[in-house]
Design a protein around this ligand. Structure first.
Ligand code: NAP
Length: 284
């Protein structure tokens, strides 16, 4: 089995690929797609094949998919990019990759998505069947483009698509937990953020990749203990500003997902059930 992984130089991909390589079975191979060849070297040293190119380039897709049995599409553009780029990478390139995979006879396609696709809250934990409902304070080109990519990929006949909806990802030196403080001042003190540690994101993606018979299934990923904005301040060692208590929370369940499906069907159990267990284990 040859698996192509995109987005391997990013926060998720760079921590997922070494785990995938470490647990591969004899005869199993991993190919990473990178835009900058030099950034592929560390994966080559770990035993991966390296394909070089931009996902928006059709030629790259053909090259990257040659001989591939499975795809894990981790790549996305959402960190400080213009909306056009978000649409071009998150929707158009993901759909083009799906079509090329379909033509190439790829057997499994894991699409990495986000729990932001749910949009505005429902006043309860979000379940995979919930339709995307544009709105809410996290809505924009990023979740909209990811939601459209999901829909287009799931509609592709003959392609075995599996969707992982990730929450806020942290751990292992990822600056995300510090960077969240850029947004935290706008959030209500009791508002919660659903999270998953990189080890658990890797666990979830591998479970989606290897499980038989889950074509067309969507899985929420998340730990057991979403944290409040106040806790985010405390975790970062920053004093909670008095003004924070003026912010109101329109929906205490915003972005909180129900994770029963991935537990029940794929056996997912968070290695780090909360950010505090990760902190105690020195895994932040
Ligand atoms: N991090 C989170 O908290 C979080 C939460 C929910 C969902 N997700 C999902 O998880 C996935 C990974 O997120 P991340 O945090 O790892 O993002 P990231 O750190 O921004 O990494 C994005 C990756 O995509 C690659 N990429 C972007 N545009 C590309 C293009 N045109 N062609 C080829 N590769 C391209 C980047 O390559 P370069 O290094 O060359 O730019 C990089 O490897 C995404 O699908 C995201 O939607 C993440």
């Amino acid at each position: 089995m040859l698996t192509l992984v995109t987005g391997t130089t990013g926060q998720v991909g760079r921590r997922f690929v070494p785990r995938l390589l470490a647990r591969r079975q004899p005869g199993e191979q991993i190919r990473v797609l990178v835009r900058d060849e030099a950034r592929g070297e560390r994966f080559a040293e770990l035993g991966a094949q390296v394909a070089v190119g931009d996902l928006r380039d059709e030629e790259t897709l053909g090259k990257a998919l040659a001989g591939v049995d499975a795809v894990v599409n981790v790549a996305a553009a959402f960190r400080g990019v213009p909306d056009e780029e978000a649409w071009a990478v998150n929707r158009d390139a993901a759909v083009a990759l799906g079509r090329a995979a379909q033509t190439a006879g790829v057997e499994r396609f894991v699409q990495v998505s986000t729990n932001n696709v749910y949009g505005s809250g429902r006043g309860r934990p979000l379940v995979e069947e919930d339709e995307s409902r544009p709105g809410g304070h996290m809505w924009g080109a990023y979740p909209a483009s990811k939601a459209e990519a999901e829909r287009a990929l799931l509609a592709m006949e003959g392609l075995d698509v599996r969707i992982a909806r990730l929450p806020f990802v942290y751990g292992e030196g990822d600056p995300h937990l510090e960077n969240v403080m850029a947004w935290a001042p706008r959030w209500a003190p009791q508002q919660r953020l659903h999270m998953a540690h990189h080890a658990d994101v890797a666990q979830a993606l591998m479970r989606l990749l290897y499980a038989p018979g889950i074509a067309g299934r969507i899985y929420n990923v998340g730990d057991d203990a979403p944290v409040t904005t106040v806790e985010l301040y405390q975790l970062n060692g920053v004093e909670v500003p008095a003004e924070l208590y003026d912010n109101t929370d329109p929906d205490p369940w915003h972005n909180i997902v129900d994770t029963r499906r991935i537990r029940r069907e794929l056996g997912f159990r968070p290695i780090y059930p909360s950010v505090y267990t990760a902190q105690e284990a020195g895994a932040l």
